[in-house]
Design a protein around this ligand. Structure first.
Ligand code: AMP
Length: 211
């Protein structure tokens, strides 16, 4: 398997780019945030465990997350090109990927965005209730107004995109990120990308890095 992990703050555009890459048909997108939201929606055991952490802007414990991603990756053919968006978020998670058979990471791409942009990006974000497609009230509005332009679903604000929770999520990110960058830099797998750029421009840069 070819595994790329997307690193970057909440709101740095990882999900938007990963979804676009998946639409090319050449990559499979795994968003642990989307998986957890689906688990909450379904009322599963993982969802029940995760909900309180998510709503407070804290990380869900490593044990839960490692099992979740291991299950998702275990079913894939070895020809898969996987994009992991939102995993790993801690060094123990990164270690778990590299240690399990067949899931060693090929490259890590860090989406660099000035901190000052993130609060606006996150609090203005809307997602489709049905398919999870992200939008932004100012920077990426839906051409279908309050509906998703892809599937017609209703656009909602994530409960953890309110300003107080967003501030905590950014703090949590800052606490973990340097160690993660160091981890992937150490194995020469780290690439950095200036993610303060238009969606299409960023996508073509990513396609270059993923060749
Ligand atoms: P995201 O959609 O990636 O912003 O994730 C939403 C929330 O899900 C995060 O704020 C965390 O509470 C939780 N979460 C998602 N991925 C992970 C992970 N790899 N480790 C711990 N918590 C996670």
């Amino acid at each position: 398997m070819d595994i790329t992990v997307f690193l970057g703050a909440p709101g740095s555009g990882k999900g938007t780019q990963a979804k676009k890459l998946a639409e090319t048909g050449n990559f499979q997108h795994f968003s642990t945030g989307d998986m957890l939201r689906a688990a909450i929606h379904a009322g599963s055991e993982v969802g029940l465990k995760a909900k309180e952490f998510i709503n407070r802007g804290e990380l869900v414990p490593d044990g839960v997350m490692i099992e979740l991603i291991a299950n998702a990756l275990s079913k894939l053919p070895s020809s898969t090109r996987a994009i992991l968006d939102g995993f790993p978020r801690t060094v123990p998670q990164a270690n778990a990927l590299d240690k399990s058979p067949g899931t060693a990471v090929t490259r890590a791409i860090f989406f660099e965005v000035p901190n000052s942009l993130l609060i606006d990006r996150l609090t203005g974000r809307r997602i489709c209730e049905k398919c999870g497609q992200p939008y932004h009230v100012k920077f990426l509005p839906s051409s279908a107004g309050e509906k998703c332009e892809r599937c017609g679903g209703k656009l909602i604000q994530r409960p953890d995109d309110n300003e107080n929770v967003v501030r905590r999520r950014l703090e949590v990110f800052a606490e973990q990120n340097d160690q993660l960058l160091h981890y992937y830099d150490g194995s020469k797998k780290l690439r950095r990308i200036n993610a303060d750029a238009a969606v299409d421009k960023l996508q073509s840069q990513l396609l270059g890095l993923l060749k």
